[in-house]
Design a protein around this ligand. Structure first.
Ligand code: FES
Length: 105
């Protein structure tokens, strides 16, 4: 059965920044844009690279893989450019008091 897990404090992530967390063996990138939080798998769907180590373009909701440059939409996990063609998983995220919580099945 799924549940919510506290993974970070809201103050740990400033606007336009990304935070890498690990939860239940999954690597997840948390992004903040205009007070909203987004969480997607931090591992590129093309090869092994951490998306949170790439460039983040908050105005476009895009993060760019540092290895080959595919850009992913942090709202949907879908790649917007090659070479990646598969989406990365998206996670539900919510604010609970000072905590950021992610839901895992
Ligand atoms: S590893 Fe991310 S685009 Fe190749």
């Amino acid at each position: 059965m799924g549940q919510w897990y506290a993974v970070a404090k809201t103050k740990d992530i400033r606007p336009g920044e990304v935070k890498h967390v690990e939860l239940q063996g999954k690597e997840i990138g948390i992004y903040e844009v205009d007070g909203e939080y987004y969480a997607i798998s931090d591992i590129c769907s093309h090869e092994y690279a951490r998306l949170s180590e790439g460039e983040f373009y908050p105005d476009e909701y895009l993060v760019e893989c540092p290895l080959h440059g595919s850009q992913f939409d942090i709202r949907t996990g879908r790649p917007r450019s090659l070479p990646a063609v598969r989406p990365v998983p998206v996670y539900q995220i919510r604010v609970n008091g000072d905590d950021l919580e992610i839901y895992l099945d």
